[in-house]
Write a protein that binds this ligand. Structure first.
Ligand code: APR
Ligand code: PHB
Length: 398
C-alpha cells in the first residue's frame, strides 16, 4: 500500500490535516489505535480561535460550526468577589472566539472524511514507524489480525501525548521540557442551561473554578482538585456545592444544577518536545506539546501546527520545493511557546498553590495576586490577555 502522507492518529490534528491535504489533492491515509466511537466519547476542549475556525471552513467542515457554534465577544475573570470582563472583540479590533466542542469538530471531520471516501484504519495495533530519516519511510501495523505496510513520502505524527511518533525520534535527537502542576481539574458536563453567557475563570481561596458551555442547554464546569482526589470521591452534589462556593455570589445564585452526563479529572501539564521534526516525520498537536487547559490553547495549537504542515506540503507537491520542510519545527515552536507561556501564566495567576505548603507558596500567591490586579486594572493589561486569548496570528513560510 502506498500514499503520499501517512497520518498517525485520528484526533482533531490528524483528521483536520487529512482533510486539508485531500482538498489540495495530496493523498493520505490515517492509522488510528482506537475506534471512531471511542474517540467521539472523549469530552475535551470547547473554545476555538478565529484562526482555527477559518481553517475548518477552508477544510470544508465549517458549516455546522457556523450554524450551531456560539461566537463569544468576551470572557470574564472573577476574583475577590469582583468580575472583570475581558472584551475580546473590542480590545483586539474585532476578533472573537467560537464555543463549539472538540467532539463536534471531530464528528464533522470524520463525516467529511467518510464522505470523501478517504482511507482510515481504525483499531490498528502495533503501529511502527520505519526509516523516517530516509526518502522512503513506511509504517507497519496490524488490523483484525492482518499485517499491513504503508509506504509514504512523509509521516505526520498526530497521535497525541502517549503516541508512538515522538518515541520514534531517538532520545539523543530531541529535548523535552516539562512542568507538572500539583493539582487537576475535575470537570462535569450536564444538560443544564449555562450559568452565564460568557465563560468565567474564577480564582478563589478554595481554589480555581470555571464555567463553560457546549450549547444553550449544555454546561461544562470545572473545579481545581488535589491530584490525590479520585472521581469516585466526588458525588454530583459534592461537585455542585463546591462549585457554588467558588463562584461569585450573584453567579452562584443563578446556577442550575442537574445530573452529570460526564465527570472526569484531568491532570495539568506543560510539555514541549523540540524539535518537532525528525527527517520526514513531523510531530503535530499533542504529540509535540501539552498545555494546561487554563487559556483554552491545546486544540488551537494543534490547529496552527496543522496549518503550517499543510502549507509546507502544498509547496512540496505543487512546487517541488523539498527544502521547505525544514521550516516546520521553527515556525511551529515560536507559536507553541507563546501558547505555552500564556497557559502557564493563566494557570499560575488563577490557581491556588497553597497545598504545596511552603513559605515560597505564600510568596508566589502574593506575586500572582499582584499580577492579576495589574493586568486587569488597565485597558492595556486586559488587551494583553485578550490578544492571546483570541489567538496570535499564524506565521507564513519563508
Ligand atoms: N497509533 C495510532 N494512533 C494512536 C497511537 C498509536 N500508537 N497512539 C495514540 N493514537 C491516537 C489516539 O487514540 C488519538 O485518537 O492518536 C489520537 C490523538 O488524538 P488527540 O490526543 O486528541 O491529539 P490531537 O489530535 O493532537 O488533538 C489536539 O489538543 O489539548 C488538546 O483537547 C485537545 O485532544 C486535543 C488536542
Ligand atoms: C471547556 O469548555 O471545556 C473549556 C473552556 C475553556 C478552557 C478550558 C476548557 O480554558
Amino acid at each position: 500500500m502506498k500514499t503520499q502522507v501517512a497520518i498517525i492518529g485520528a484526533g482533531p490534528s490528524g483528521l483536520l490535516l487529512g482533510q486539508l491535504l485531500a482538498k489540495q489533492g495530496i493523498d493520505n491515509v490515517i492509522i488510528e489505535r482506537v475506534s471512531g466511537e471511542y474517540i467521539l466519547g472523549r469530552i475535551r476542549a470547547g473554545v476555538l480561535e478565529q484562526g482555527m475556525t477559518d481553517l475548518l471552513r477552508e477544510a470544508g467542515v465549517g458549516e455546522r460550526m457556523d450554524r450551531e457554534g456560539q461566537v463569544h465577544k468576551g470572557v470574564e475573570l472573577a476574583f475577590n468577589n469582583k468580575r472583570v470582563q475581558i472584551e475580546l472583540e473590542k480590545l483586539t479590533g474585532g476578533n472573537t472566539v467560537m464555543v463549539y466542542g472538540q467532539t463536534e469538530v471531530t464528528r464533522d471531520l470524520m463525516e467529511a472524511r467518510a464522505e470523501k471516501g478517504l482511507t482510515t484504519y481504525y483499531e490498528s495495533s502495533n503501529v511502527v514507524l520505519h526509516d523516517v530519516k530516509s526518502a522512503t519511510p513506511y509504517v507497519t501495523f496490524e488490523q483484525n489480525g492482518k499485517e499491513h505496510r504503508l509506504e509514504c513520502d512523509y509521516i505526520a505524527g498526530c497521535d497525541g501525548f502517549h503516541g508512538v511518533s515522538r518515541q520514534t525520534i531517538p532520545e539523543s535527537s530531541r529535548k523535552e521540557f516539562e512542568r507538572v502542576y500539583p493539582f487537576g481539574w475535575l470537570g462535569i458536563l450536564s444538560d443544564t442551561p449555562p450559568v452565564n453567557d460568557e465563560l468565567i475563570y474564577c480564582k478563589t481561596d478554595r481554589g480555581f473554578a470555571m464555567t463553560s458551555m457546549r450549547s444553550a442547554t449544555r454546561s461544562r464546569y470545572y473545579i481545581q482538585v488535589p491530584l490525590t482526589d479520585k472521581v469516585e470521591d466526588w458525588s454530583d452534589d459534592d461537585f455542585w456545592t463546591e462549585l457554588k462556593n467558588r463562584l461569585p455570589d450573584d453567579v452562584a445564585e443563578r446556577l442550575v444544577t442537574g445530573p452529570s452526563i460526564e465527570k472526569s479529572i484531568a491532570p495539568l501539564r506543560s510539555f514541549v518536545c523540540e524539535p518537532m521534526q525528525y527527517g520526514n516525520l513531523f510531530l503535530v498537536g499533542d504529540a509535540a506539546h501539552i498545555v494546561p487547559p487554563t487559556g483554552a490553547k491545546g486544540l488551537n495549537l494543534a490547529a496552527s501546527d496543522v496549518a503550517t504542515l499543510n502549507k509546507i506540503m502544498a509547496r512540496v507537491y505543487q512546487e517541488g520545493d523539498k527544502e521547505c520542510v525544514n521550516q516546520y519545527s521553527e515556525i511551529c515552536l515560536r507559536r507553541v511557546w507563546h501558547g505555552e507561556r500564556f497557559s502557564w501564566w493563566m494557570t499560575n495567576m488563577l490557581h491556588d498553590f497553597s497545598d504545596e505548603g511552603s513559605k515560597d507558596a505564600e510568596t508566589h500567591e502574593r506575586f500572582m495576586s499582584s499580577e492579576l490586579n495589574f493586568y486587569t486594572d488597565t485597558e492595556e493589561g486586559r488587551r494583553v490577555i485578550a490578544m492571546q486569548y483570541v489567538g496570535l496570528p499564524y506565521e507564513d513560510l519563508k
